[in-house]
Design a protein around this ligand. Structure first.
Ligand code: R5P
Length: 292
């Protein structure tokens, strides 16, 4: 067994795990996954694990439950070999289920807390978790790091005209504020209403002055694209110039990307917490800083 740090790269986060292992000079252990006909994951690790500390890296994006079971299995194996198991969940699926919004709803983040602990995790590191409320349900150590400085670095390279940072909703106001501060510009937050039963989204903000300005819509995640589409349609009506999107987690379910482009977005820029076409901002250095 190694004394050096090990990183286990889950199948959902192979590239990020490889980058992270290089940054922290750890031994990378890859996982091979075979999905059985009934949907079960058969995981095989190749390589030795540190007896001191192992870092498991796996995002929980779709197929969410499959990736969740895989990360729990990786944690469990890591704990058999290493005394400390740090778990990096770059994208935390279920983070939006952090409270009982409607009577009877199950707070699945509470369940995740128990599962991670039970599997053997010593600490969880998330990136731009939807809300800190989710991590409050965990009884092991947790840390949330932000991709905002990495995203801002990318946007600073673009020549934007009189840029303004916009949050599509009030819930994202602090995120937009942080982005704007790092970027050195102003920010605003729109008023969004989502029907909790139908999922229908409406922008309630009336008129704002964004005429001829380049806008950066900042959000933690894009799932169906509904929030970004509605916000972009509204902002275009207000006669803004170009609309860019900066988000940490681009799930871009179904035809979300197409809908967003059709609404008039010039470019979507996301972090590599979820691999994909738009995931051009690397957060491995930010995660590395939280580990060492
Ligand atoms: C909502 O509060 C979140 O910050 C995101 O705006 C939302 O989850 C994105 O989902 P969708 O792309 O489906 O609108």
């Amino acid at each position: 067994m190694l004394t050096k740090l090990s990183v286990i790269g889950g199948k959902a986060s192979e590239d990020l795990a490889r980058r992270l292992s290089r940054k922290i000079k750890a031994n990378l252990v890859k996982s091979e996954v075979r999905i059985f006909a009934d949907g079960e994951s058969k995981i095989t690790l190749s390589g030795e694990l540190s007896k001191r500390k192992t870092i498991v890296v796996q995002s929980i994006y779709p197929p969410v439950d499959t990736n969740l079971v895989q990360v729990l299995s990786l944690i469990s194996r890591a704990k058999e070999k290493s005394s400390e198991v740090i778990v990096v969940i770059p994208y935390m699926g279920y983070a939006r289920q952090d409270r009982e919004f409607l009577p009877g709803e199950i707070v699945t983040m509470k369940v995740l807390g128990k599962l991670f602990k039970g599997a053997g995790a010593s600490k969880i590191i998330a990136v731009d978790i939807h809300s800190m409320v989710g991590l409050k349900h965990f009884t092991i150590k947790t840390k949330n790091v932000t991709a905002i400085p990495d995203l801002v670095k990318y946007f600073k390279k673009l020549s934007l005209k009189n840029p303004l940072v916009v949050s599509p909703d009030q819930g994202g106001k602090d995120r937009a504020k942080e982005f704007a501060k790092e970027f050195g510009t102003e920010y605003i937050a729109l008023e969004k209403k989502r029907d909790r039963k139908t999922g229908k989204i409406q922008i309630k903000t009336k008129n704002i002055d964004v005429v001829n300005r380049d806008l950066i819509l900042v959000d933690d995640m894009i799932s169906t694209g509904g929030s970004i589409v509605k916000a972009t349609q509204f902002l275009k009506k207000q006669k803004c110039k170009r609309v860019y999107v900066a988000c940490t987690h681009a799930l871009l379910m179904n035809d979300a990307e197409k809908k967003i482009r059709r609404a008039g977005v010039t470019k979507i820029v996301s972090a590599n917490t979820i691999p994909g076409k738009t995931s051009i901002v690397d957060v491995s250095s930010t995660i590395a800083k939280a580990i060492v």
